[in-house]
Design a protein around this ligand. Structure first.
Ligand code: GLC
Length: 422
């Protein structure tokens, strides 16, 4: 098991030399963008307040690889990690390994979170985790280039395709041969399921598996969405897009080499940082839609903090989880890292909105956000997602049409769900 723990990067101890009462808890948090720093600062704060120590470990960057590692650790009932940052789609998958936190959090505090986030952590009377931040896919664009080329912010995917091609051609002719029209997440992993869900739902093609469990993904609108996206590869998006995660897309956009990017809110603070080449020349808005009669769709994401059932110090671990997810900490992460809080009250915070005007718009984005079918497929969600991203990746790679990939995925999903019963 120690080997697994060491598969995680950057082990770091925080806190004073332990006294008689001091405990050491291990916290696993992501290291995407500024997350490692934010996590360390929070741990230092908690450590100073409580006298306990924190050992921080970081899992791999891809959500799918994180889950695989956590599943191995937890299946072995390892006490190595006490507190986990988990994805909003994982409670149904990891639930049996997570400590019920209902003894530590009262209903009023839980209800202070946005209803969708509060609902994502409840299982019957149990509270399997605490909401930490909420994510929704957004469209980042270059204000300077749109203006220079006399183009509007695109509201449909076709407009995005056309504008991206035009500006890419112009920028290349002007000498930047590394310039691309649109960067996003095309690797075969959870992030591609998010992108695909956004394309498909905004074409009116449903949400892959619907709330009643029915498998809806094989339809003409969904196939058209995938075929359009497949046409981006090597045209307005780099060939390497088929292996891009969030950070790969951000690297290109933030260095000034792309017109549009699909990403989560965290990229906003980093793009606006003092040393960022695109500081002051980019904006963020809702993602395009399939057509004028369709609605934009943002995949709902985010993170929760959970305590392992195998922790040898559940009380101390729960205290750290409560601290990390408190309104004060969420406000700090919003200010320092543009992580969107799970407390609706914070969206009324004038200072916060002044620092990040997009958070004002974020309410609108969230209202149109679509959840991945994690609750309805429960423990099967990870298989569902991997069938979906595998099929989408095949179409993006030019191996099968959108219609053929989706038909194949539908057959696999029917088999997995035993005919839609999940
Ligand atoms: C972000 C989201 C998460 C999603 C992941 C996909 O971390 O918060 O919900 O699963 O991206 O890459």
């Amino acid at each position: 098991m120690h080997q697994l723990k060491h598969a995680m990067a950057a082990v770091l101890f925080i806190g004073a030399v332990s006294g008689a009462e001091a405990a050491t808890v291990t916290l696993s948090c992501s290291a995407l963008g500024a997350e490692a720093n934010l996590c360390r600062e929070a741990a230092e704060r908690w450590s100073a307040e409580t006298g306990h120590q924190v050992e921080i470990v970081h899992p791999p960057q891809s959500a799918s690889e994180q889950l695989a590692l956590y599943q191995q650790l937890l299946a072995a009932q390892s006490p190595d990690i006490d507190v986990f940052q988990i994805d909003v789609i994982w409670p149904g998958i990891l639930g049996q390994h997570l400590l019920d936190l209902s003894a530590y959090v009262d209903d009023a505090s839980l209800s202070a979170h946005a209803p969708a986030m509060a609902a994502s952590v409840r299982r019957g009377d149990e509270v399997l985790a605490l909401p930490w931040f909420v994510d929704a896919g957004m469209l980042y664009y270059r204000t300077d280039l749109l203006e220079a080329y006399g183009r509007e912010i695109p509201t449909t995917w076709q407009e995005l395709t056309d504008t991206a091609a035009l500006v890419q051609e112009g920028e290349r002719a002007a000498g930047n041969d590394r310039f691309w029209g649109y960067v996003w997440q095309g690797r075969a992993y959870e992030g591609l399921t998010c992108n695909a869900l956004e394309w498909i739902a905004s074409f009116g093609g449903g949400t892959l598996v619907e709330a009643d469990g029915s498998i809806s993904l094989a339809n003409d609108a969904a196939a058209a969405a995938l075929d359009l996206a497949a046409g981006w590869v090597s045209a307005i998006s780099p060939p390497g897009i088929l292996n891009y995660t969030e950070e790969d897309a951000r690297a290109v956009f933030q260095s000034g080499d792309a017109l549009f990017m699909r990403n989560w809110p965290y990229a906003y603070a980093l793009g606006g940082a003092e040393d960022s080449p695109i500081r002051g020349v980019f904006g963020v808005t809702v993602l395009p839609r399939g057509g004028p009669d369709e609605a934009s769709a943002a995949a709902l994401g985010g993170a929760l903090i959970a305590v392992s059932r195998y922790s040898s110090q559940p009380d101390v671990a729960a205290d750290l989880a409560l601290f990390l997810t408190s309104p004060e900490e969420q406000r700090r992460r919003a200010v320092d890292g543009s992580y969107a809080p799970t407390y609706p009250d914070l969206y009324e915070d004038a200072d916060l909105i002044a620092a990040y005007p997009f958070l004002g718009l974020f309410g609108e984005t969230l209202a149109s956000a679509v959840a991945r079918p994690a609750s309805v497929t429960g423990g099967y969600y990870n298989e569902v997602s991997s069938i979906v991203y595998g099929a989408v990746h095949a179409t993006l790679s030019g191996d099968a049409s959108g219609a053929d990939s989706l038909a194949a995925a539908r057959r696999e999903l029917i088999r997995l769900s035993r005919g839609g019963r999940w």
